[in-house]
Write a protein that binds this ligand. Structure first.
Ligand SMILES: [Zn+2]
Length: 346
């Protein structure tokens, strides 16, 4: 995928970027939604973003947990997405409180993945978390700018606790208080995040995958989104960012020529190939990659030039077809699907 500017930023594992950039998706503008429904409690734009968050979380949970056999490094997944008021720009906080019932001092459940440990434990969206393993969470200070610091601190605490075993969470929803035990599921060590925004972009930095809101809306179905997320997860599983950095490969315009471009192209081909295996093993229909790469390729085309770093969409389609044949042969033999190690540099 093209490497957008924000991919250079570093995020802690388990975090999402602050939602101050553009709370706007194709066709859904927060300001328009507000103007059209001044008295409405829930903001349709915020709900639309949550739907995309939940959908991407469901697909990445499935990709991660069904591909442990292909991942040298694994981590604990829970299927629980948290947010807090500080991660939103102050201008949006009124709508955020109205939409999600978010209180100022504690993180709340943005979404849970169906069938994941979070939903099995009975955790519901919009519940507020007040303690982890019987340790009350500190009350967060409300910041005057958008920051992920307070929610990241809770996510790091929760991740550490989950890595050690089942975790007791105290939850509040209105007057109702409950305690649940959350267990973890083993999955590949690559986070996947939605970055609300208008550009068609996705990137991997070694730890985290980011998919733009516009790209998550551009895909036609879950199969296409799984192929896209699988491609980016494959970059992290194969440690491409680290390998390219160690080799001194430059990105952007400087990396568009000669050896640098050739090295980047090799990683793109390997990520396409492994990504299809990740999606197929997770039960997605990889034939949808044929149409997806064409639509995506035409939209992000370099015109009459070929991209120096990425295979053209016709090449990608050929690769999908040969990989589908390879996977069909393994399926016919009743074998668990494994990619050819030579083609992913193993
Ligand atoms: Zn890529």
């Amino acid at each position: 995928m093209p490497i957008p500017r924000w991919s250079k930023r570093k995020y802690l594992p388990g975090t999402r970027p602050a939602r101050r950039i553009a709370l706007r998706l194709a066709g859904v503008s927060l300001l328009l939604a507000q103007a059209g429904a001044a008295q409405a409690a829930a903001d349709p734009a915020l709900l639309a973003i949550r739907d995309l968050d939940r959908r991407l979380a469901r697909i990445s949970f499935r990709l991660a947990t069904r591909n442990v056999a292909l991942c040298p490094v694994t981590t604990t997944w829970s299927g629980l997405l948290l947010h807090d008021i500080n991660e939103y720009a102050p201008a949006f906080r009124g709508s955020v409180r109205d939409t999600f019932g978010l209180v100022d001092t504690f993180p709340a459940v943005l979404a849970t993945v169906e069938g994941s440990p979070a939903s099995v434990a009975g955790i519901a969206e919009d519940e507020t978390i007040t303690s982890i393993d019987d340790q009350p969470l500190a009350r967060a200070e409300v910041m005057r700018h958008a920051t992920m610091a307070s929610v990241n601190a809770v996510l790091a605490q929760l991740q550490k606790a989950l890595d050690a075993g089942p975790v007791r969470l105290a939850l509040v929803a209105g007057d109702r208080r409950s305690t649940v035990v959350l267990e973890g599921a083993r999955g590949c060590a690559s986070r996947v995040e939605l970055l609300p925004g208008p550009g068609l972009s996705a990137a991997a930095d070694g730890e985290t995958v980011q998919v733009s809101g516009a790209l998550a809306e551009f895909v036609l179905n879950d199969d296409e989104l799984a192929i896209l997320a699988g491609h980016e997860m494959a970059h992290n599983i194969l440690r491409h960012p680290e390998i390219l950095k160690a080799a001194g490969v430059r990105h952007g315009l400087l990396g568009s020529f000669g050896k640098d471009a050739a090295r980047i192209r090799e990683t793109e081909v390997a990520a396409d190939y492994l990504g299809l295996y990740l999606a197929a093993r997770a039960g997605y229909d990889i034939s949808s990659a044929i149409g997806f790469w064409e639509r995506f390729g035409r939209r992000t085309s370099w015109g009459i030039f070929n991209s120096p770093t990425h295979p053209g969409w016709k090449k990608r389609q050929e690769m999908v077809k040969t990989t589908m044949a390879e996977i069909a042969a393994q399926t016919a033999q009743g074998r668990e699907l494994f990619p050819d190690p030579d083609r992913i540099g193993r």
